[in-house]
Design a protein around this ligand. Structure first.
Ligand SMILES: Cc1ncc(COP(=O)(O)O)c(C=O)c1O
Length: 417
């Protein structure tokens, strides 16, 4: 594909240069249509049985994006009190929120209990803590299905090397603790990891979780987690995750389970990235181009404080170059190998290394693709830099500022003394 920006009509006729001038760079830009489309896709992964997709809001908690999820009729899961608060503020009722926590305090658990938000507990100790503060309560437990998956070891959340979930070997202990505190386990959940394009490990984990589910009586739901991948190499024509084929295989496994279990629980999944990654880009400005020991460095304002994925996981993000408001085509612009970096005082502040890009000039805009997930939500103020603004290209083509750029006054406001 020559340009995702052009082929998707990402800016809907708006001039990215004008957006950059008006809102400043770096700037997160989202496309409402793409986000809605992906949310509708995940809502329909299973159609034969009662099914709910939960948008995993750790991916992006901008209120406007949460409202799209609300509107698309999907539920949400939260990993923290802050995420629960954001979801409540966006209008999610407590019954549409699932709190999937890990190593949290009794106070944080109490927030969920006081707000009637169902909690998933991911260690024996956390079940005891929950039982102590909410004797006789309802809860779910997070099971390690023994199989993990993901684009990087840091995002594999099941299998042998992970801090998450409870091992199958400890299931008898779960029942013992539940009895002790009179807890009702109404659901089980898992999450194998993030950004898999091959569904085989996920489906193997589905088999395992369904086998384990047979040991739990009267489950109201089984939640299989998220992780569906998106094509980060789309400019090299990487194919999309084959949702249709996946749905078929997934459903066949549920057919078999439903026959054996004797009742039909609600089935759930928890996609995050798939819902929002492709619907977000970052516009950044080129401020300097230089050569050091034969390497050409393109210096921009998209630092690791704005998008940490490349330095944290060595993640790939396609980059398009925009000049005078137009994408510089990849066909005949003349490619050169460059290393694109940000303005943070770290050698690891690199967006991409030795990347073939159309020849870049000073003052060009770079457009970093697939930045809607784990982009803004992982931003920091490292080097005391301000967090960027976020704007939405709405379905009707209008532009809406959905989070203003931080100011130094915001930053100073935290300090005392
Ligand atoms: C428990 C849980 N559910 C869902 C997700 C969403 O994963 P993804 O964004 O890959 O779909 C995550 C992400 O790490 C997670 O930890």
């Amino acid at each position: 594909m020559d340009s995702f920006i052009n082929s998707s009509g990402f800016f809907k006729g708006n001039d990215p240069e004008k957006l950059a001038e008006k809102f400043g760079t770096p700037l997160y830009v989202y496309n409402e249509d793409i986000i809605r489309d992906r949310m509708l896709r995940v809502a329909n992964v299973i159609t034969k049985y009662p099914y709910r997709a939960n948008y995993s809001c750790k991916t992006n908690t901008n209120l406007s994006i949460l409202k799209i999820a609300l509107d698309a009729g999907i539920n949400a899961d939260a990993m923290s009190e802050g995420e629960m608060r954001m979801l409540l503020k966006a209008g999610f009722t407590p019954d549409r929120i699932f709190y999937v926590c890990n190593n949290v305090s009794a106070d944080e658990m109490r927030f969920a209990i006081d707000n009637d938000i169902l909690t998933s507990l991911d260690s024996l100790d956390q079940i005891r803590m929950f039982g102590t503060i909410n004797r006789g309560g309802r809860c779910a437990v997070r099971i390690n299905p023994g199989v993990g998956a993901g684009h990087h070891e840091k995002v594999v959340t099941a299998g042998k090397k992970t801090k998450f979930a409870i091992a199958e070997a400890d299931i008898d202990e779960i029942f013992k603790i539940a009895d002790e505190y009179d807890l009702k386990i109404v659901g089980i959940n898992q999450h194998v990891g993030s950004q898999f394009m091959d569904p085989s490990p996920f489906l193997a984990a589905v088999d395992n979780l369904l086998r384990i589910a047979m040991r739990f009586k009267d489950l109201e739901f089984i939640d299989f987690g998220g992780g569906y991948g998106i094509p980060y190499h789309k400019l090299d024509d990487e194919k999309e995750y084959d949702m249709e084929a996946f749905s078929k295989e997934f459903t066949a496994k549920l057919d078999d389970f439903v026959l054996r279990y004797g009742s039909v629980p609600l089935f759930k999944s928890e996609p995050g990235r798939y819902c929002v990654a492709e619907g977000g880009v970052i516009l950044g400005r080129v401020h300097s181009i230089k050569e050091n020991s034969g390497i050409k460095y393109v210096g921009t304002d998209v630092g690791m404080n704005v998008l940490v994925r490349p330095s944290m996981y060595d993640s790939w993000h396609d980059i398009e170059i925009i000049r005078d408001g137009k994408v510089v085509g990849r066909d005949n612009a003349g490619f050169e190998k460059v290393t694109v970096c940000g303005n943070i005082c770290e050698s690891g502040d690199v967006l991409c290394k030795d990347r073939e890009l159309p020849k870049v000039k000073d003052n060009d805009l770079i457009c970093v693709l697939d930045a809607g997930a784990y982009g803004y939500s992982m931003c920091s103020s490292y080097n005391t830099r301000l967090r960027p603004a976020e704007v939405m290209v709405c379905s009707d083509g209008s532009i809406k500022l959905i989070r203003r750029r931080e100011t130094f006054e915001d930053m100073f406001a935290f300090y005392e003394g």
